[in-house]
Design a protein around this ligand. Structure first.
Ligand code: DLZ
Ligand code: SF4
Length: 504
């Protein structure tokens, strides 16, 4: 009897476990559905990327001789949800057996489990650590530090290992990866590819009002294109990637970043293969250890660790809010005017490209949201919607945990907050900003400077005993009382102006 083999929009990998022992009678089910295209107001480029890549992957599967039942978003019979489509296809093909690879979202796992069909959910073997490996690693630990987990993944994969010891004599070269922005960037950015006209028209018609520019569309949408882009980046950008990983520039959106997260997360590139290719550049003497180790850590360390946390913590993780933050996301997250150049630049880039790099996400928009006390659930939904690489399994631990400290310190041992000084050091944003990063109080003072102290004082009970934060509180305590009063008063005034809808 035929079985239905489900392939989701971020499961576009020939090695997918659900496709492993597919037989000639089996029917692969792929569906563009309203539920998935609108659980958050996704960036139009992200929707166009997923739908185009899905259509091309279906063609690839047909080319391999498989039967594919593909539903387009505007098909009249479209049931509107993944489960609805499975029910419809089950009836059509006279079967009640479904094989799926575990989705990267609790919502979809629950929906599959609730189906009145015989559903088998297989592990997603595209990841390096299994759930039980991560659980065993986490069991009994007081702190779930990524660094220790990462070392296990190095040992497991053998990446950058030299007879049981880390290559280069150290596990982590992050210290070398914090250079300020360079004057000249020699890499010209990611490769650009042509869009699919039908998908572009469909997305423009249905999602034209979502935040984000559909055009110009330039993402790779199949494995060969993604690989082509990646190989060019390996050659032209990897050697400098480490040095300038944390830098930000007004006039250069991509610096030396690989911009392959969206391709790996959708299944177009394989995480381990990408790491092996990067390691080979080091072995051949073409890329330095700090670049190569930094890159590999992001993938086998951070990415796997994020997934581990998501599945360990369970479906309620997305509603955690230990700091009790309740403010709405201000309109400038959706492109309204702001005088803060760092925010304007990061949001503008997000709007045009559905992309910003990790420091822009963590230290500009994330930092601001945390300092200003924005409801973490809103922040989570924003990141999930606006970035082309964002799926809940990876986005939520990054945002709820790492960026917003809403999980109470499971991911980060202290909140990632900084004043304007950090942004000034790592970027040229402050040079062209209406605010003055050197001003600590007053009309022109950088809002990050005001809100930084406001945040620390608001949460003094929670953080003053944190060994990594004691210095900050001691600095505050040494300030003169009238200065402290001005800082907090100016912060309150600035937040009130933001709440009142003024351009701040
Ligand atoms: C993100 C996304 C979008 C925009 N559209 C679809 C779709 O129409 N059909 C589909 O199968 N998957 C889509 N996806 C990806 C899913 O949302 C993703 O599989 C789940 O969030 C689990 O990670
Ligand atoms: Fe951002 Fe402050 Fe610098 Fe302006 S001065 S760019 S608000 S950090």
């Amino acid at each position: 009897m035929a079985r239905l083999i489900l392939v989701l929009g971020d499961q576009l990998s020939p090695s997918l476990s659900a496709l492993n022992d597919i037989g000639p009678d089996d029917v692969i089910v792929m569906a563009e559905v309203a539920d998935e295209t609108s659980y958050v107001p996704h960036h139009p480029k992200k929707i166009a990327f997923v739908l185009t890549a899905m259509r091309k992957f279906a063609d690839y599967l047909r080319g391999q001789g498989h039967r594919v039942a593909y539903t387009k978003l505007d098909d009249p019979d479209n049931a509107g949800s993944i489960t609805g489509e499975l029910l419809r296809r089950a009836e059509e093909h006279g079967t009640s057996t479904v094989v799926a690879t575990e989705p990267g979202e609790w919502r979809l796992i629950a929906a599959l489990n609730d189906l009145p069909l015989d559903v088998t959910i297989l592990p997603d073997t595209r990841f390096i650590a299994t759930h039980s490996e991560f659980e065993a690693w986490a069991e009994g630990r007081k702190e779930l530090r990524m660094e220790w987990f990462y070392r296990d993944m190095r040992r497991k994969t053998g990446l950058l290992m030299d007879e049981g010891k880390p290559e280069g004599g150290k596990w982590n070269f992050d210290h070398d990866n914090r250079k300020a922005a360079p004057k000249d960037v020699t890499y010209y950015g990611p490769m650009e590819f042509s869009p699919d006209k039908d998908v572009m028209a469909l997305v423009a018609d249905r999602f034209g009002d979502n935040f984000g520019d559909l055009e110009p569309f330039w993402f790779a949408t199949d494995a060969a294109q993604a690989q082509h882009h990646f190989e060019r980046w390996l050659q032209d950008a990897l050697p400098s990637f480490g040095d300038y990983q944390d830098a930000m520039l007004n006039e250069n959106k991509f610096l030396y970043h690989s911009v392959i997260g969206l391709y790996i997360n959708a299944g177009l590139l394989d995480a381990l293969a990408v790491c092996r290719a990067v390691e080979a550049e080091y072995t051949a003497g073409r890329a330095p250890i700090n670049a190569v180790e930094g890159f590999i850590r992001q993938i086998i360390g951070w990415r796997e660790y994020m997934r581990g946390i998501y599945f360990l913590e369970g479906p309620d993780y997305m509603s955690r809010n230990v700091l009790g933050h309740t403010r709405d996301l201000p309109p400038f997250f959706w492109g309204a005017a702001t005088k803060m150049n760092c925010i304007a630049k990061t949001v503008d880039q997000t709007k045009t490209d559905a992309y910003a790099h990790h420091i822009q996400r963590l230290m500009v928009t994330g930092n601001f949201a945390l300092l200003a006390g924005i409801d973490p659930a809103h922040v989570h939904e924003w990141y999930l919607a606006v970035y082309a690489d964002a799926y809940e399994w990876v986005e939520a631990p990054n945002v709820i945990g790492m960026s917003q400290y809403a999980d109470g310190g499971i991911v980060g041992s202290k909140p990632y907050v900084s004043s304007g000084a950090y942004i000034s050091r790592m970027s040229d944003y402050c040079k062209t900003c209406a605010y003055k990063v050197k001003d600590k109080t007053g009309e022109d003072a950088c809002p990050f400077n005001l809100l930084y102290w406001d945040f620390l004082i608001r949460h003094r009970d929670r953080f003053s005993n944190n060994p990594r934060m004691g210095n900050m509180y001691r600095t505050w305590d040494r300030m003169k009382d009238d200065h402290k009063e001005s800082v907090l008063q100016d912060a309150a005034t600035w937040l009130a102006r933001m709440e009142a809808g003024e351009v701040v």
